[in-house]
Design a protein around this ligand. Structure first.
Ligand code: KIV
Ligand code: ZN
Length: 554
């Protein structure tokens, strides 16, 4: 990199708009949406989609509720042309869906584009030519008036052929490509010249699309450019102002949102931001950003996982795990403090007492977009006891006492650390079983019976100790006190029970119970134990043995 980048790069000039209005506005409704997945998205793929992949993605877009879909560049290739013909001839587009096609200002291309549209119910013909200083100088070697001429000639060629599409409702669209890198006054001039030919009216509007073809500045600059056009373009009420952002500086979403504040009516973009270089605008993100503010986006992403699967299958692209809303990991908390906060937030929400979603770390309820609570918490070595306890409880109904969580959490973390990867709920349960339930050495239970004599409980237990049977008798004010007494009689150093709790593990005939015991030994050390049995008394006795065995292990 250069020590002094100013020798090679320059700042982007601001727009002279001191009374800009957009910073004071808020978004209150969804824009019109146009998917350009099948054109801009497709042309950016190493292996472009074949007709059947395009058909599958088209159906998925319709299902999401897109009413405008740019289906291709029919004059550019046979695949594109055939695809458009199949959509029309096989009547695949619902009556209220506009098929949009892109074309450059060249007669042969316009001719072929019209042929591709014959018989369509609704069609948007999208004309573009590039207008920025670099494109004028490097690509076309044309002056500003010559660029205007190209656009006007293209607009006229389209206008002249409209009678060929009798029976088709046609809407016209113009894009000064590289708009955001074009002087705003010139972008306005060329757009007005095109509209002079098409003569849109408020009843028969044309679309003026303002592409951020390559992001060249911060999103506030794009908003200024859009507001400048909205306020100054002739005949604004006859135009649908449309945004088309890319993501070169990673602010495509922000630019679109600010562009909407600046007065735009329509947004073009792709699912998950597929598109040239760093991609087009991600429509899913903008739509769900509106949704999380309580605005109906007019697009349905309630089955986001399956939409992502279709997208990945058709395009061969993958949605990164951290991608907003759709990424594998975005509803997953790894850190203990996040897990704890989410757990509390979800519990509060489950009570149904709050009107508005306000769960820490979860910007929306994952279930609204077909994602799962189960994805919210997973456990790795960074997780705290909260996450461990949450998984055991939600997946297996194991409700560890708070203090026991403090003992088991770090043990589980050490184990996960050793494995060096994330673990599943089932693996955590195995760890818990190995650590507590299966701790049967040195003491293992064979049988345990009690009887009551004058208010005192007497117990008789058969235990195994290193293969030898040990018979144990004791007395106390309850079965566990009698057991502890029995142990003291066979030479086990005294210990006391500090905590006892239990709960049912599952319903039905084979219902079992789990008991949790905390003991303190003669040296003042505490240990937890747990036992499972269909008989609750036996579960508690096993829990005492589990705690004792753990204490004896050191
Ligand atoms: O990015 C762009 O400028 C385009 C135009 C053709 C609208 O895709
Ligand atoms: Zn584009």
């Amino acid at each position: 990199m250069l020590k002094d980048p100013s020798k090679k790069y320059r700042p982007f000039p601001p727009v002279d708009l001191p009374d800009r209005q957009w910073p004071n506005r808020v978004l209150t409704r969804a824009p019109l949406w146009c998917s350009v997945d099948l054109r801009d998205g497709n042309q950016a793929l190493a292996v472009p989609m074949n007709v059947s992949q395009k058909l599958e993605l088209f159906q998925a877009l319709v299902k999401c509720g897109f009413k405008e879909i740019e289906v291709g560049f029919p004059s550019a290739s046979n695949t594109e042309f055939t695809f458009n013909r199949r959509l029309i001839e096989e009547r695949r587009a619902p009556d209220d869906v506009w098929l949009q096609v892109l074309v450059q200002a060249r007669e042969d291309l316009i001719e072929r584009t019209f042929q591709s549209l014959v018989g369509a119910r609704k069609a948007i013909i999208h004309l573009y030519n590039s207008t920025s200083p670099a494109q004028r100088r490097v690509v076309f070697g044309m002056s500003k008036p010559e660029i205007v001429q190209v656009a006007v000639r293209g607009a006229q060629m389209i206008q002249d052929r409209l009678p060929l599409l009798k029976g088709t409702e046609v809407r016209l669209q113009y894009s000064p490509e590289s708009f955001s890198a074009t002087e705003v006054e010139f972008a306005r001039e060329v757009s007005e010249a095109v509209m002079e030919v098409w003569k849109p009216t408020p009843q028969r509007k044309a679309i003026l699309n303002l592409p951020d073809t390559v992001e060249v500045a911060m999103p506030n600059i794009y908003a200024d450019q859009v507001e400048y056009i909205c306020r100054n373009i002739k005949n604004r009420e006859a135009l649908i102002i449309s945004l088309h952002t890319h993501n070169d500086r990673s602010t495509g979403v922000a630019a679109t949102e600010l562009g909407l504040l600046a007065g735009a009516d329509r947004v073009e973009g792709t699912l998950f931001g597929n598109g040239e270089r760093t991609g087009n605008l991600d429509i899913v993100t903008v739509a769900l950003n509106l949704y999380m503010h309580g605005i109906d986006p007019q697009l349905d992403f309630s089955a986001l996982n399956s939409l992502r699967e279709i997208y990945e299958r058709c395009t061969g692209m993958t949605v990164p795990p951290r991608h907003p809303y759709a990424g594998e990991l975005v509803f997953t908390a790894f850190s203990g403090s996040h897990q704890d906060a989410i757990r509390k937030g979800l519990a509060e929400w489950a009570k149904g007492e709050r009107q508005y979603w306000d769960v820490p770390y979860l910007s929306i309820d994952p279930r609204d977009i077909g994602r799962e609570y189960r994805e919210v918490i997973r456990v790795n070595s960074q997780s705290g006891k909260g996450g461990v306890a949450y998984l055991l409880e939600t997946e297996f109904g194991i409700q560890l006492p708070k203090e026991m969580q403090r003992e088991f959490g770090p043990l589980a973390n050490d184990e996960v650390d050793r494995l060096g990867r994330e673990v599943s709920g089932a693996e955590l349960k195995d760890m818990f079983w190995r650590e507590y339930i299966e701790r049967t050495t040195p003491w293992q239970l064979r049988s345990f019976v009690t009887e009551s004599r004058n208010g005192t409980v007497c117990c008789r237990a058969q235990l195994l100790r290193e293969g030898q049977t040990v018979e144990l008798r004791g007395e106390g004010n309850g079965p566990l006190a009698a057991l502890v007494h029995g142990f003291s009689r066979v030479g086990v150093p005294r210990f006391e029970i500090l905590h006892y709790s239990e709960h049912a593990l599952s319903a039905g005939e084979e219902a079992s119970a789990i008991a949790y015991i905390q003991i303190r030994d003669a040296q003042g050390r505490t240990r937890w134990g747990a036992g499972v049995d269909t008989n609750i008394e036996l579960a508690s006795v096993k829990a005492v043995l589990s705690a004792l065995n753990r204490a004896l292990a050191g």
